[in-house]
Design a binder for this molecule. Structure first.
Ligand code: UTP
Ligand code: MN
Length: 428
């Protein structure tokens, strides 16, 4: 019943549709903080609140009265708010609330009164004098809590309405489809509108799939099973061996979450380089062909290097700038680690191979180590505080109009005037 108007709104080609006007509670305008909540959960909670007649704005503005976040500290949300205010050039003084206020309100079908337990701890808030380092790249963030079970009403099953929406056909289907390697929200949504609901539907109804999506579908189960550290290491060894055959002296470095000390991840990120600039050219295709001939590659597509320093500094563009390295997106066929007891002899694992000329290697390593949030903050810091452009290829000083070379990550931090943050502390 409450979902009827929502369905009408969903005629728009890509989900979710915009906010549905003023809502049933004109004094309440919500804004959900995406950090730690994640984009898909945020989208889901937004739809839930819309269905309940709440106004939820995508972007922060002075109109927002309630900022809701999940698993963030008061300091983090205060920092977020400060940034939003700066970006929208307007103030506003919303209540900073924990998800508990949101779930109770959804359960009650109206905004419940704000109690102190709903508020993020004021003591933790960064005062305007800024006691706390404002950028994540100035702080040390260990892994610690990343594997803690979510303190999440969805899992606890406290809120029946939440459960109902979560189980809704559209939500389930979108989730199913977007977990296919090579399928984004737009494609998933189109398929949903075409009436497709299951993986079997995709196969049986001759849906047009790219080669990447076909591979994603074929290895759906494996690619949605976390990659263990031991698997990442054995992938790295296999690539190392291949590299040694064609270019002794070249190195293979495990980056991404594993370099930050995560015990498991969604893929394996490997960086290739050689201490003599230029020797790395041509290496990747040989390595990939050889691995392929050994039956180790289930899928791959490669992209050439398209970066030229002579073009001058790359424009900053969005915050998540794609880099231009020669790169291979692949799926490896990894021998099972589990020994004879393993249910099957092999497992499909997503692997990214990235080739960096040695002069760009420290930047590539820094960029590919993550976390994504840490990288965004580092780039934001460079740009705002230092008027420098940082990406995975270089650091450019716009005041002096010159590139600042580096032979290690430490030197990049030095150029930026930042204390060095080791990989294990970049889990922001
Ligand atoms: P990942 O998406 O692999 O994240 O990107 P992760 O931290 O390793 O997490 P899991 O464990 O696999 O889920 C790793 C880093 O590489 C950068 C990202 O910004 C991130 O910091 N990256 C990724 C790029 O620079 N370009 C890309 O195309 C992909
Ligand atoms: Mn990764």
């Amino acid at each position: 019943m409450a979902l009827v108007p929502l369905k009408k709104r969903r005629r728009a080609p890509s989900p979710p549709a915009g906010p549905p006007g003023p809502g049933r509670f004109p004094d309440v305008v919500l804004c959900l903080v995406e950090k730690r909540m994640g984009a898909s959960r945020r989208a889901f909670l937004t739809q839930l609140a819309w269905a309940k007649g709440f106004r939820v704005d995508r972007a922060y503005s002075a109109a927002v009265t309630h900022v809701v976040s999940e698993q963030n500290s008061g300091a983090e949300v205060a920092q977020w708010l400060e940034q939003q205010r700066e970006e929208c050039g307007d103030g506003g003084d919303p209540a900073l609330l924990d998800i508990s206020w949101f779930t109770e309100s959804m359960g009650a079908g109206r905004p419940v009164e704000i109690e102190s337990r709903h508020r993020l701890r004021v003591a933790e808030l960064a005062p305007h004098g800024r006691q706390m380092a404002p950028y994540a790249c100035q702080r040390r963030t260990p892994l610690l809590h990343s594997n803690q079970p979510l303190t999440d009403v969805l899992e606890d099953g406290v809120c029946a309405e939440v459960e109902r929406v979560k189980l809704s056909e559209r939500y389930r289907t979108m989730k199913l489809f977007t977990k296919i390697f090579g399928v984004g929200v737009r494609t998933a949504s189109r398929w949903y509108q075409e009436g497709l609901r299951t993986l079997l539907d995709l196969q049986e109804r001759n849906t047009k799939l790219t080669r990447q999506q076909q591979a994603g579908l074929r290895h759906y189960g494996d690619l949605n099973t976390p990659v263990e550290r031991s698997e990442a290491e054995s992938t790295s060894r296999a690539v190392q061996e291949a590299v040694k055959r064609f270019l002794p002296g070249a190195s293979v470095t495990l980056a991404g979450g594993f370099r930050r000390g995560k015990p498991r991840g969604h893929d394996v990120d490997l960086l290739l380089t050689h201490p003599e600039e230029g020797r790395e050219v041509g290496l990747l295709s040989r390595v990939v062909s050889w691995l392929d001939s050994q039956g180790l590659i289930l899928y791959q597509h490669s992209q050439e290097n398209s970066y030229g320093l002579r073009e001058g500094p790359e424009p900053l563009g969005g915050r998540d700038v794609m880099d231009r390295f020669e790169r291979c997106f692949s799926i490896f066929r990894l021998e099972a680690q589990g020994g004879p007891g393993a249910p099957r002899g092999w497992k499909a694992v997503r692997v990214d191979l990235v080739v960096a000329p040695v002069s760009q290697f420290p930047f590539a390593l820094l960029g590919w180590t993550g976390s994504r949030h840490f990288e965004r903050e580092l780039r934001r810091f460079a740009s705002r505080e230092r008027k420098m452009v940082l990406n995975s290829h270089a650091l450019y000083d716009t005041r002096q109009n010159l590139f600042l070379p580096a032979t290690s990550e430490e030197e990049i931090f030095e150029h930026l005037g930042l204390e060095y943050v080791p990989p294990a502390q970049r889990n922001a």
